[in-house]
Design a protein around this ligand. Structure first.
Ligand code: DCP
Length: 483
């Protein structure tokens, strides 16, 4: 049986795979991201959730991202807040519903988090094997305390029924190349490339280089000896020998490069962002655009999900978030996760049960369109929270919603759509994108140059000024209730 558009197959290497899932990482010609790697990447990405980061930088407790998975479906995404670690947030939110869940952390959690999540009966805790949550590198941290905590974590681990482990899988053949190509070809980069033909691909490569450096600093320990020492302290001495150590570092580097590539596909470039064509709408609270950085962040999540597609031609990812009216204990500010998905054939179908051709194929009977479930449809179907009519809910989708999905999104009560508009108004043989343009009652934020014109004034202002304005803007919008 193959998986659904929201993760349902076996993922661990070598775990008795059926014939149909042997093709799991290579559907047709398209290389696919393994689920374990997707969860890991999302946990790293959650650590980077743009919120009160500046205030945490000097803390001895490292900000941590967390993906909560149940029955192979992502049921929540968290990151540490100023007051609470990611593991504690998951506990507060889910309580004993964490039982049998798999948790993916961007850092090895501290003993206080681990004792509670183990106590809740989680099934597996996987973590990124670099500096742990209680930093062994930070100068602000008493190394004595950090080491004691690492020991306590080991003791909890050895006495718990939960499997506490490091899960990183090598990328399948051509995955990196595929991610590079598709990131460059994606709507967001292409739109900029068309507007600035002289910039060519420079802006994209530069942005990618910067991201790689930034993420390596954060998620990799550049000094190999130091990395080994940390692995020893956190109970991973078996990974210190070669070839395990070099394989581990290679897998870590590959995933960091992949994350940087995908992140650069929704770049912070000039005044490009997700903007509404109808500025009149912006007065109403449900129509107010998210801070650009948060919108870009959520779109990158959708881009990552797209690498699990089952469509031979194109991957599409969708993620739904909502904004609480009251304060949220999560490091995601007022935002909370509702659901996510990607385009795939119906759950339970066998590989090759359905045709895979697109509308360029003459024979209509062998086209995929009547069978493939769209990213938005999977995100709505496998959502883990209700969409509340009184709250601002938003969907981020990497390709413009088609005519089949527009009424579904509206019917579900989603208030905002963030997407690209390259397909808007196109009518193709079996799929068309005509309704999006006419859609009323939902705010549509498409990737474009800031239409308000204010960008022209700000364009040459120094970075710090832009950040200052941004923080102020966010605080006004209530993103940091305690700010
Ligand atoms: N918002 C959307 C739009 C599309 N899809 C999925 C459905 C199909 O799996 C694929 C679209 O298939 P094609 O790429 O063949 O269709 P297009 O005609 O849009 O593509 P192109 O412009 O490349 O011809 O994307 C989706 O999940 N969500």
């Amino acid at each position: 049986m193959k998986e659904a558009g929201q993760m349902q197959d076996l993922e661990s290497a070598g775990a008795g795979r059926s014939v149909s899932t042997q093709t799991d990482s290579m559907i047709g010609q398209i290389p696919r991201l393994s689920k374990v790697n997707l969860f890991t990447l999302l946990s790293l990405w959650m650590e980077l959730f743009p919120a009160v980061e500046a205030r945490r930088q000097k803390s001895q407790v490292k900000k941590t991202g967390l993906v909560v998975v149940k029955n192979m479906k992502i049921i929540d995404l968290h990151c540490s807040s100023e007051d609470l670690h990611a593991g504690k947030i998951a506990l507060i939110k889910h309580g004993s519903r964490l039982k049998n869940c798999d948790l993916y952390f961007s850092r090895k959690p501290c003993s206080a988090c681990l004792k509670m999540i183990v106590n809740a009966g989680v099934n597996r805790i996987s973590y990124w094997p670099a500096d742990p949550e209680i930093s062994l590198l930070s100068e602000a941290c008493s190394s004595e305390d950090a080491k004691l905590d690492a020991k306590a974590v080991e003791r909890l681990k050895s006495n718990s029924r939960a499997h506490v482990c490091v899960l990183l899988q090598p990328l399948v053949c051509y995955m990196m190349q595929f991610v590079e190509e598709t990131s460059y070809k994606c709507d967001f980069i292409q739109k900029i490339a068309k507007a600035f033909p002289d910039a060519n691909t420079d802006f994209y490569s530069e942005c990618r280089q910067e991201r790689v450096k930034e993420y390596e600093m954060l998620f990799l320990i550049s000094n190999e000896e130091l990395h080994k020492q940390i692995l020893m302290t956190i109970g991973l001495e078996n990974l210190c020998e070669n070839p395990y150590f070099s394989n581990l570092r290679q897998n870590m580097k590959d995933l960091i490069l992949l994350l940087a590539t995908v992140a650069s596909s929704v770049p912070n470039f000039k005044h490009y962002g997700f903007y509404c064509d109808n500025p009149k709408q912006i007065n109403e609270i449900h129509n107010q655009c998210l801070p650009q950085e948060i919108a870009r962040h959520c779109m990158v999540q959708a881009r990552l999900l797209a690498y699990r597609t089952e469509d031979h031609k194109i991957g599409v990812g969708a993620v739904i978030w909502a904004e609480r009216k009251s304060e949220n204990c999560d490091g995601t500010g007022m935002m909370y996760f509702i659901g996510c998905g990607y385009n795939a054939f119906p759950v339970g179908s066998e590989y090759a049960d359905f045709p895979n051709m697109d509308d360029k194929q003459k024979d209509r009977e062998i086209r995929k369109f009547r069978y493939i479930v769209h990213a938005e449809q999977n995100a709505l179907t496998f959502r883990c929270q209700e969409i509340k009519p009184e709250e601002k809910s938003m969907i981020f989708v990497t390709k413009c919603p088609c005519d089949e999905c527009v009424p579904l999104i509206k019917g579900a009560g989603i208030k905002q759509i963030y997407t690209g508009d390259i397909d808007v108004g196109k009518k193709k043989a079996d799929i068309s994108y005509m309704r999006f343009g006419e859609l009323q009652g939902i705010s549509k934020f498409t990737w474009q140059l800031n239409p308000s014109g204010s960008c022209v004034l700000e364009q040459n202002e120094p970075e710090s000024k832009e950040n200052g304005t941004r923080w102020l803007e966010w605080a006004r919008a209530g993103y940091f209730p305690s700010a």
